[in-house]
Design a protein around this ligand. Structure first.
Ligand SMILES: [Zn+2]
Length: 192
């Protein structure tokens, strides 16, 4: 399928927005790509450990390794010492690493408790609206020659009129308003 551009009236440089974004042979300019991007989906997953916690954990690992090496190297005969000294001798090198790991855990807990609570999961209404925006977005076309977006007649839904040429900067707003006009409460009922 091809659609004539409302600005230059030629279909040869017209391409579906989703196709234009996926086309690696003719990549879009960064700002254009961002403006034509699909409606945002759900929030990404929780981020990983903080830098401080990672640094402390690495330090703990280094000291722990040094502790093991010192125990392996100094094979002191502990037979003559009392049990408490023997335990202290064996455990001593690992006190600092364990201490550092504990601090790393505390740093991480404090950081997570200070972070503002993530917004509640999208409500059914928000999810429905997002799906309508995606549906409209999928109907969008781009003329590479004019660098304008447009919606061919009946592409959003049957009977919905063709759009004029839309400057790329106005595309995200157009998607939202067209979704409202085509599927909102005031939209005319059309069997589709
Ligand atoms: Zn054009």
């Amino acid at each position: 399928m091809s659609a004539p551009c409302p600005q230059c009236a030629a279909p040869d440089q017209s391409v579906a927005v989703s196709q234009a974004l996926a086309d690696t042979t003719r990549p879009l300019a960064g700002p254009t790509r961002a403006l034509l991007a699909p409606p945002p989906g759900p929030r990404p997953a929780e981020e990983g450990l903080s830098g401080a916690a990672i640094s402390l954990s690495v330090l703990a690992a280094v000291f722990g390794l040094l502790g093991i090496l010192s125990l392996v190297r100094n094979r002191t005969d502990l037979a003559g010492y009392d049990p408490a000294y023997r335990v202290g001798y064996l455990v001593g090198p690992f006190v600092l690493p364990l201490f550092l790991l504990a601090i790393a855990a505390i740093v991480e807990v404090v950081k997570r408790s200070r972070r503002p609570a993530a917004p509640a999961a999208a409500s059914p209404e928000e999810e429905a609206r997002r799906q309508l925006h995606t549906r409209v977005w999928q109907a969008g076309w781009l003329c590479r020659r004019c660098q304008v977006a447009f919606f061919p007649e009946a592409s959003i839904r049957p009977g919905f009129p063709a759009s004029p040429a839309i400057p790329v900067e106005q595309f995200p707003l157009w998607v939202m308003t067209a979704a409202e006009r085509a599927f909102g409460a005031d939209a005319p009922a059309v069997a589709d």
